[in-house]
Design a protein around this ligand. Structure first.
Ligand SMILES: Nc1ncnc2c1ncn2[C@@H]1O[C@H](COP(=O)(O)OP(=O)(O)OP(=O)(O)O)[C@@H](O)[C@H]1O
Ligand SMILES: [Mg+2]
Length: 330
């Protein structure tokens, strides 16, 4: 686990995201507050549609033009909401590395993987082709691809799933970003490869002092890499805190149900998962009050009327949750 208390890289305050759609205006992210610092990993957990990807894309200016965003997003202390497209483009190119779930979708099948990495250095660092190639081979070595010279000369279909994901990681860190975003980076991989890729992300984070925001559906992944965990439901962060506290003493009933329902790393098929009764709400029909109340075993009258506010830093605690009738602390 990272021990860094470095400078804040991303600080999101009172963030709301709306999408203008044919169904009307959908409220996708509601009053989000989170931050991530140098050398630190924030993991976002939640069911499908909770707003995990939209949260990280908003923080990097990657949302489509139909998105309306209010609040504040500071990157290394500078406000980026309302900034010019050119500033955002520069930021994304130089400071933010992104790893997506499916490595095949991030790689061009028609070019050697070495050439794809080298192009980053010719375009953004003005290197000659031979300098850029040498740099690409060095980078493949640093993401622990054996025989990097030979691999650089291959096409993505000639690599295993784990090797491809390493190439994608190499491309994401090529320009030494200060923020690494990983949206389910290990979901498409076998269990043993998942562990290795996760170890690599941790090693690179520690060596390069990157801030990491990682989205996963796997509690084992979260436990092994996160310094802090944010739980999302219906577009809201319903609980956030240090990994140990959130995993060992979850206070929001949703967190408790979610943790019980999530796969552990390398868990065999025999281990049955607990499912959460009911389905997550669609954005168009988010229930009033606490969005989780129709599925909650601890709901009280107030829960259907009043949105529970998340009380950040109450009495100096870094563990916060938004619930009228929370679970007892362990
Ligand atoms: N461009 C868009 N236009 C309209 N709605 C969108 C758009 N992008 C996302 N949404 C909606 O915002 C909500 C949150 O989406 P998001 O992709 O963040 O979910 P997620 O938590 O990442 O889910 P998953 O685990 O399935 O990846 C969803 O209801 C989604 O349909
Ligand atoms: Mg997503």
């Amino acid at each position: 686990m990272s021990q860094s208390n470095g400078k804040p890289i991303v600080e999101v305050s009172n963030l709301d995201v709306f999408f203008n759609t044919t169904q009307g205006k959908l409220h996708a992210i509601r009053s989000a507050n989170w931050s991530v610092s140098q050398g630190e990993t924030l993991v976002i957990l939640g069911e499908s549609g909770a707003g995990k990807s939209v949260s990280v894309h908003a923080a990097t200016g990657l949302l489509p033009g139909t998105a309306e965003i209010t609040g504040s997003i500071k990157f290394e202390g500078e406000e980026i909401l309302g900034g010019s497209e050119e500033t955002l483009r520069q930021l994304r190119a130089e400071k933010i590395g992104v790893i997506f779930q499916d490595p095949l979708a991030s790689l061009d099948p028609c070019f050697k993987v070495g050439a794809q990495i080298a192009e980053i250095f010719t375009v953004h660092r003005g290197m000659s082709k031979s300098e850029a190639w040498a740099e690409a081979v060095k980078l493949l070595d640093s993401v622990q691809i054996p025989d990097p010279e030979r691999r650089a000369n291959q096409f993505s279909h000639q690599l295993s799933g784990g090797q491809r994901q390493r190439v994608v990681i190499a491309m994401a860190i090529a320009l030494s970003p200060t923020l690494l975003i990983a949206d389910e980076p290990t979901t498409a991989l076998d269990a043993s490869v998942q562990v290795a890729v996760l170890e690599l992300i941790k090693k690179l984070r520690n060596e390069r002092k990157m801030a990491v925001v990682l989205i996963t559906h796997n509690i084992g992944v979260a436990a092994s890499i996160a310094d802090r965990i944010a739980i999302m439901y219906g577009g809201r962060i319903v609980e956030i805190g240090d990994t140990k506290e959130v995993l060992q003493s979850p206070r929001h009933p949703y967190t408790q149900a979610l943790l019980a329902s999530m796969p552990k790393i390398g868990a065999g098929a025999s281990k049955r998962l607990v499912t959460i009764t009911g389905t997550p709400p669609s954005l168009a029909t988010i229930p009033g009050g606490c969005a989780f109340h129709p599925r909650c075993t601890r709901a009280i009258a107030k829960c259907s009327d009043v949105v529970p506010e998340i009380e950040l830093n109450k009495n100096g605690s870094l563990h916060s949750f938004a619930c009228h009738n929370p679970e007892e602390a362990n």
